[in-house]
Design a protein around this ligand. Structure first.
Ligand code: UGA
Length: 437
């Protein structure tokens, strides 16, 4: 199948490379010339395990190309829209500028029989509006909505072997042809018995935002329980283990700690509330405001606990921050709880020296005022406290005895409940965590 992928960020670059790997002829299109140049020479413009290897192997087959020239889309049959839908400045709603621009620019090059496939996360109702624009430009083209569920850090695996595939198909005659084209795109996954849900536009759009809202709710649920654990001396990690054994609940996404961040969950729950309001159904999602607030409180709690560890004052104290990315195996700092806490610690008078295995360069650009180290050991040198904010494996594996030799004071905040409290205490550390004694 010949396809374009419009928008080559986390979603689009991975999708393009994986589709080429599966045997399709793929053209990645983006307005950012620097990004296109990197991708065309087999370099990933962001950290994603497995992606550089995939870009190189796909490029070697000649099936994966990149361009900034939208007019080349005229030679392709299926067009994936994978551009970002960030939060609007000063509002909860999603900013659809990039989606609208991509569809407008593509529309000029659509040919009869071509299929536009939306992948970006959009407010419900967007697909129907875009389908009209597509039809107006090319009456014999169709639009389908095909949400994406990949996780950063596992993006290649999630794209090659998805949990499920969702098709939001047009009403009427176009549905059958759109489905046949999508079946060809996903032939390998469908051949491996991947569950397929076929539905209309609105349901497909809502599947995606409902999934992210549920995941955010699950995390905030356990973080709310962590608040109760904190005032009762209970251990939230044991509560999560015990309730997680119930198959109806499940243990995944019940890790209490600093909470969720990144380019998806926070802005998606806000955009979902904004859209519900527009639809006159705002009451249905008011609980998501609480989910957001519980999540924000985690950051405040982490700063307070660090202050407590330092006997009531952050002023002039050296704090080693381990972790800046919004989660491990990523260099993404969008709405990162870790970077937020690091910034707050500094604003409240601490001397912050931060390290992250992948995210330092991105963090430096956004927060040049922080000090950065080239390793965990360098950050920890003579520190009065160590705060672990992103649970990279190298931090989980730290040897508390050896690490204790480096610091000025053996005080540690485990912001992700990822260290073994007994081990750290046995090595002489004062250990604090969120929701764990
Ligand atoms: C999320 C969804 O998991 C994907 O399915 C979806 O495709 C993607 O958003 C998207 O909309 O594009 P992602 O943002 O990569 O993926 O990150 P997650 O793995 O969901 O983690 C989100 C945040 O929740 C991270 O900050 C993580 O540290 C935090 N988290 C996760 C917890 O605090 N506790 C947990 O138990 C799990």
């Amino acid at each position: 199948m010949r396809m374009t992928v419009i928008g080559c960020g986390y979603l689009g670059a991975v999708h393009a490379a994986c589709m080429a790997e599966l045997g399709h002829e793929v053209l990645g299109i983006d307005v950012d010339a620097a990004k296109i140049e990197a991708l065309a020479s087999g370099r990933a413009p962001f950290y994603e395990p497995g992606l550089p290897e995939l870009l190189q192997s796909a490029a070697a087959t000649g099936r994966l190309k990149f361009t900034t020239d939208m007019s080349l889309a005229a030679d392709y049959d299926v067009h994936f829209i994978a551009v970002g839908t960030p939060q609007k400045k000063g509002e909860n709603a999603a900013d659809l500028t990039y989606v609208d621009a991509a569809v407008a620019s593509l529309s000029q090059h659509l040919t009869p029989g071509s299929l536009v496939v939306g992948k970006s996360t959009v407010p419900v109702g967007t697909a129907r509006r875009l389908a009209e624009a597509v039809k107006a430009a090319q009456p014999e083209a169709e639009l389908a909505w095909n949400p994406e569920f990949l996780r950063e850090g596992f993006a290649v695996e999630d794209t090659l072997r998805p949990d499920r595939i969702v098709y939001g198909l047009p009403d009427g005659d176009g549905a059958e042809r759109a489905k046949a084209q999508l079946d060809e795109v996903y032939a390998v996954a469908l051949g491996n018995e991947t569950p397929l849900v076929t539905t209309g536009y609105e349901t497909a759009e809502l599947v995606k935002v409902s999934a992210n809202a549920f995941l955010a709710t699950k995390i905030s649920f356990i973080n709310a329980i962590a608040e109760i654990a904190d005032v009762t001396g209970a251990d939230v990690t044991k509560i999560a283990d015990a309730i997680g054994y119930d198959a109806r609940i499940g243990r995944r996404f019940l890790n209490a700690g600093l909470g969720f961040g990144g380019g998806c969950l926070p802005k998606d729950i806000r955009a979902f509330q904004a859209r519900a309001g527009e639809l006159g159904a705002d009451q249905a999602l008011t609980f998501l405001r609480e989910v957001d607030q519980i999540n924000q409180r985690r950051r405040v709690r982490a700063v307070d606990l660090t202050r407590e560890l330092l006997d009531g004052s952050l002023l002039g104290k050296k704090v080693a921050v381990l972790g800046l990315a919004f989660k491990p195996e990523s260099d993404d700092i969008r709405d990162s709880p870790s970077l937020d806490v690091a910034t707050q610690l500094r604003a409240q008078g601490a001397r912050v020296v931060a390290f992250d295995p992948q995210a330092v360069e991105n963090a430096k650009r956004l927060r040049p005022e922080l000090d950065y180290a080239a390793s965990a050991a360098e950050a920890a040198a003579d520190a009065d406290a160590v705060v672990v904010l992103t649970e990279w494996k190298e931090f989980r594996d730290l040897d508390p005895a050896a690490f204790g030799e480096l610091v000025g004071g053996k005080r540690v905040l485990d912001g992700r409940n990822c260290l073994d409290p007994e081990q750290w205490r046995a090595a002489g550390w004062r250990y604090r965590a969120l929701g764990r004694p």
